[in-house]
Ligand binder design. Sequence first.
Ligand SMILES: O=P(O)(O)OP(=O)(O)OP(=O)(O)OC[C@H]1O[C@@H](n2cnc3c(O)ncnc32)[C@H](O)[C@@H]1O
Ligand SMILES: [Mg+2]
Length: 202
Amino acid sequence: MPEQRLVLASNNAGKIRELGDLLAPMHFLVEAQGDLGVPEAEEPAVTFVENALIKARNAASHTGLPALADDSGLAVDALDGAPGVQSARYAGDGASDADNVRHLLDAMAGIPEAGRSAQFHCVLVYLRHALDPTPIICHGVWAGRILTEPRGEGGFGYDPVFWVPGKDCSAAELARSEKSRISHRGKALEGLLGSLRGRATL
Ligand SMILES: O=P(O)(O)OP(=O)(O)OP(=O)(O)OC[C@H]1O[C@@H](n2cnc3c(O)ncnc32)[C@H](O)[C@@H]1O
Ligand SMILES: [Mg+2]
């Protein structure tokens, strides 16, 4: 089967790496939007699904290619779901991963282990073209707990402070393939690939 070009509507190197791994066995030639000159989309919405649709449509309309977008984030129960859709800019516009992690640990100072439950969410949107009226939308969730100090060097974002129950390590201490197998992103992509396989046209 010839390879189908697909634009990844993300500028996050960690996501691009993980989605690239997961899409490798499929018949896609994956290209990051930054390599195709796509301008970054605003993410003004209050839901992951709306932001993912906006990002996918932006990339599809600038390239004429099918597009896959990922809007994701961390929801901490003790913080009423924050940082949520604000996860990338929790410590302010232009914040680094380390800034956001520090901001989170400060916000949770003094909260005991039993109150530190949290979930990663990932919503993936696949559009065949910018005006696709039937996007494929998949949502994956990964439950864990927030540590009091960062651990591990792998992954990205909040991985060093996300404790993975059952693995007895942080998400940043998991092998890349293991994270992809059990993470919010891995689960969402599994659903997406199932829907794509059931479709006549990519
Ligand atoms: O919008 P794009 O360009 O895709 O990149 P982004 O980093 O801005 O991505 P989001 O708007 O979806 O924000 C998601 C943030 O949530 C965090 N996040 C998402 N998935 C994560 C994961 O697997 N591990 C750790 N942190 C994650 C991380 O801080 C991301 O920056
Ligand atoms: Mg973003």
